[in-house]
Design a protein around this ligand. Structure first.
Ligand code: LFR
Length: 480
């Protein structure tokens, strides 16, 4: 059977990739054609994305793909919650704000007080994060929303690629404006929030066919006949689609990158009080599944320290790994770590000092403290997920760029007492590509996860003999 070829564009908060995927006989080969940096641009006291710069990189990557021959389809995914506003003619109005922009100070608190947590969570099942699209839209000047239409970042690029204006379901779910039961916008909430309904475009499922590239884009890139097939446009949804697990339950995932998204896949949304109290989110996955998960701050804190230190990180990680276990830990989800800043190392030190622990001094000590704190937080969230779902979790799949970090993987195995299976590193690209391939009929009867397992090298980390690990093992034995 002839190979089928697809292009995935994965925009992450710190870097972007354009990759060519070839599916043949149930195996996916991925070749990254183009990598480029990304990040917030500080402008006039706020923080924005360089959306046109990203678009230029996308076009360059597509041109490289066009040089390789025929491509069946292309699709974009990115981080969640951020959007552009289009006027009636389809022109982008102003910039695209970064979810870490200080413009959102206390907006969530105001909206929560007005609408009530029960109503918000009951309508959407989405965790309260200060940057959700709902709060970003509530912070807009009302006149900016009048007569405009919102497109989430991947939707905006799809529009520029092919002219179609729709929102894809997995990313729409992160807005905190959609209903996890119907997959449509939560209209009563939209009305209650005072947002014009006309701002929200129709929602489509992952795998939807948006049509061929605009003629000028096809000519520019050499991609004639290539269709735009919507992947799971939320990067985390694409990554979760590519978790190499077998079976429906008994496992959890961490999509590890700038954020650590810790969760399970559920056949239905879980909107219980217990889920709300843990601030678990019900984001949409592929095939009508729910990603019941929680945002843990992730490698962002390390990335910002790196920016502040400008250090050799391979050396730093090796020194951090050589430190003895049992150092200080802090709550990485404290909102003090959300905003960018050259003082990130000092914020970590302050969090340790305030809780009466030894203060890490050297960069390796600080890195070790951050990774240990992330691992501990992941362990706590896993316990919460087990309690809410009533299903024991025995294996943790770590996917994404952060799965390359042996130290974090081992610390996670130790803190959680579960075996950690690491890889694939490019889970987001893989999930993106395989949703496109499936929509094009190229996987035949194989499931996406079967193809991932057949195509990826994975590494397992067992918990070392910590007290937690011993308890956990006994607990499993007893429950058997
Ligand atoms: C990860 C991610 C998370 C989302 C955060 C902000 O890249 O998409 O899932 O909560 O970025 O958009």
């Amino acid at each position: 059977r002839a190979p089928s070829r697809h292009v995935a564009i994965d925009l992450g908060a710190s870097s972007g990739r354009v990759a060519l995927g070839t599916v043949q006989n149930g195996i996916l080969e991925v070749e990254v054609l183009h990598r480029f940096p990304n990040g917030g641009v500080p402008v006039a006291g706020g923080l924005q994305w360089d959306i046109l710069g990203l678009w230029r990189e996308v076009l360059h990557g597509l041109t490289l793909a066009g040089q390789r021959g025929e491509v069946a389809s292309v699709g974009v995914n990115s981080w969640a919650v951020d959007y552009g506003l289009l006027d009636a003619h389809g022109d982008l109005l102003g910039g695209v704000h970064h979810y870490r922009s200080p413009r959102l100070d206390r907006v969530m608190e105001r909206v929560r007080a007005e609408l009530g947590d029960d109503a918000l969570y009951g309508a959407t099942g989405i965790q309260f994060l200060p940057f959700n699209t709902l709060y970003q839209l509530s912070a807009e000047r009302p006149e900016r929303l009048a007569g405009t239409q919102l497109l989430m970042v991947p939707d905006l690029l799809h529009y520029w690629l092919c002219g179609s204006r729709v929102t894809e379901r997995t990313n729409a779910s992160t807005t905190q404006l959609s209903d996890p039961r119907t997959g449509d916008w939560a209209w009563a909430l939209v009305d209650a929030a005072g947002l014009p309904r006309s701002v929200l475009p129709p929602i489509v499922e992952p795998g939807a066919d948006l049509g061929v590239l605009r003629p000028e884009i096809a000519a520019e890139t050499g991609l004639t006949g290539t269709r735009v097939i919507v992947p799971a446009t939320h990067d985390t949804a694409s990554a979760v689609a590519a978790v190499p697990a077998t079976g429906d339950t008994g496992w959890a995932y961490v999509s590890s990158g700038t954020w650590s998204l810790v969760g399970v896949e559920s056949p239905v949304p879980v909107l219980t009080d217990a889920a709300r109290h843990l601030n678990l989110t019900n984001e949409a996955g592929i095939g009508g599944t729910t990603r019941l998960l929680k945002n843990v701050m992730g490698l962002w804190i390390v990335q910002e320290c790196r920016r502040a230190w400008n250090a050799d990180f391979a050396r730093l990680y090796a020194d951090a790994a050589a430190l003895p276990p049992g150092g200080p830990v802090f709550d990485p989800d404290d909102t003090r770590f959300l905003a960018p800043g050259m003082d990130m190392p000092q914020r970590v030190q302050a969090a340790c000092r305030e809780t009466g622990q030894p203060v890490p001094q050297t960069p390796p000590e600080i890195v070790r403290c951050i990774l240990g704190s992330l691992a501990q937080r992941i362990a706590d969230v896993l316990d919460g997920l087990e309690a809410v779902t009533g299903t024991p979790i025995h294996t943790l799949y770590v996917v994404g760029g952060g799965s390359q970090g042996d130290l974090l993987n081992q610390l996670t195995a130790d803190a959680t007492g579960r075996s950690v299976v690491a890889g694939p590193v490019e889970a987001t690209l893989i999930g993106n590509l395989l949703v496109q391939a499936q929509a094009c009929g190229s996987l035949r009867s194989a499931s996406i996860r079967e193809v991932v397992r057949a195509s990826s090298a994975l590494q397992t980390f067992m918990p070392s003999a910590s007290r937690h690990a011993a308890t956990r093992q006994t607990g499993t034995e007893v429950s058997r």
